[in-house]
Design a protein around this ligand. Structure first.
Ligand SMILES: [Zn+2]
Length: 385
């Protein structure tokens, strides 16, 4: 089994070649826009059929190489399938295939076919990328130009995964209530530092927005990009550590399944925090990163139903009998039935771990799941599914 990942490498583009790359980027975007026009006009979203309609005229109009046009057709169809609303293509990215690029490991360089022909670029990469690309012959890539004018190439490589062994040990991860992530082993990534960074950005944003000049709009765009990159960097770090720790003690990871929460819990009013947890792309990205890293490392990831994980006592399985009331009080959890006291997020992580153990190996005799005293496992899984 393998896992596809994308390896981002900076291209060193000599000043005399920048114009040539830009010309090809422009040609590719023009081709995509022309193809999109035809696809919309004739309502044709099949790669082969569209190819017959557009290949010749687009190639003549843009002067692109044959395979660039083929990739442009794929890009248009792929985009239309991925997002309902189709925007105009901008000259910032081009898809490459085995005939339009080659990665050369010995020289840490890449040969790319531009409109003027094959050009070789040095890669500016570190040990991390070199290790991922070792022995690889990627057959798919995209070349991108950033707003700042830097060029990057994203190689798609397949990394072999390790088989996941069955394990009774499960680490539960509670996401995004008070902190970003809290584990049942007591580890926690605090939201405070992140919030202060966020606040700083939003303060700058508020100042900028009040001025409303062209310059400030540009600054605004740059800030949101920086914030996004910060979050991505953070998610890479958290997911890396989570998977590493779990691998070390040969355990599995359990998360709440927040993807179906909208459908399954739409009867109950949800708090502001709950809405933030389900609608936030940052948590979605974190789970995505964990999943692919765990896949490569051979760590099993299970998803459990999110209902009651924060209200249930992880020791005795009790939930507050009065509807709308909870034993949880902000940071603290104090069970009214058995007196159990703990950090409320860690209590939730305990519950997620216990549920995860049930889901990952239902026949396991050791796990009686006190949590399920309130609800059968079958019901729990139904909510989840
Ligand atoms: Zn209790």
């Amino acid at each position: 089994m393998t896992q596809s990942i994308s390896v981002k490498c900076k291209l060193i583009v000599p000043s005399n070649l920048g114009g040539e790359v830009d010309r090809t980027l422009k040609g590719f975007a023009d081709a995509c826009n022309q193809i999109l026009e035809v696809a919309k006009r004739e309502n044709c979203w099949n790669t082969t059929k569209l190819h017959h309609k557009v290949y010749k005229p687009v190639r003549e109009a843009t002067g692109l190489k044959a395979n660039h046009v083929c990739q442009a057709i794929r890009r248009v169809i792929g985009n239309a399938k991925a997002v309902k609303q189709i925007h105009k293509f901008r000259p910032t990215s081009i898809s490459l295939d085995v005939r339009t690029f080659v990665y050369k490991e010995e020289t840490q360089s890449v040969g790319v076919t531009l409109m003027c022909g094959r050009v070789e670029f040095k890669l500016s990469i570190g040990g991390y990328q070199i290790a991922l690309l070792r022995g690889q012959t990627p057959t798919s890539a995209t070349l991108n130009k950033t707003r700042r004018g830097d060029y990057f190439i994203n190689f798609v490589v397949d990394i072999p995964t390790q088989p996941t062994g069955k394990t009774p040990k499960v680490i539960g991860v509670d996401l995004g209530r008070r902190d970003i992530a809290t584990t049942s082993t007591g580890k926690c990534w605090s939201g405070k530092q992140i919030q202060s960074v966020r606040d700083r950005y939003s303060q700058v944003r508020a100042n900028v927005q009040s001025k409303r000049t062209r310059n400030s709009r540009r600054l605004l765009r740059r800030l949101s990009g920086r914030e996004r990159r910060f979050q991505k960097w953070l998610n890479h770090n958290i997911s890396q550590q989570l998977v590493q720790d779990t691998k070390q003690i040969n355990a599995a990871l359990a998360f709440e399944d927040l993807t179906n929460i909208r459908e399954s819990l739409n009867q109950k009013p949800r708090s502001k925090t709950e809405r933030r947890r389900t609608n936030n792309w940052a948590f979605y990205q974190l789970r995505l990163f964990v999943e692919y890293k765990a896949n490569i490392a051979g760590v099993q990831v299970v998803f459990v139903p999110p209902a009651y994980t924060s209200q249930t006592c992880s020791r005795c399985g009790h939930i507050h009998p009065v509807q709308g009331k909870s034993y949880r009080n902000g940071k603290f959890f104090k069970c009214g039935h058995c007196g159990f006291e703990h950090d409320s997020d860690i209590n939730a992580a305990f519950n997620i771990a216990a549920l995860g153990a049930c889901v990952s190996s239902p026949q396991s005799p050791g796990m009686s799941c006190q949590l399920l005293g309130q609800m059968s496992l079958f019901e729990m899984i139904q909510i989840c599914g």
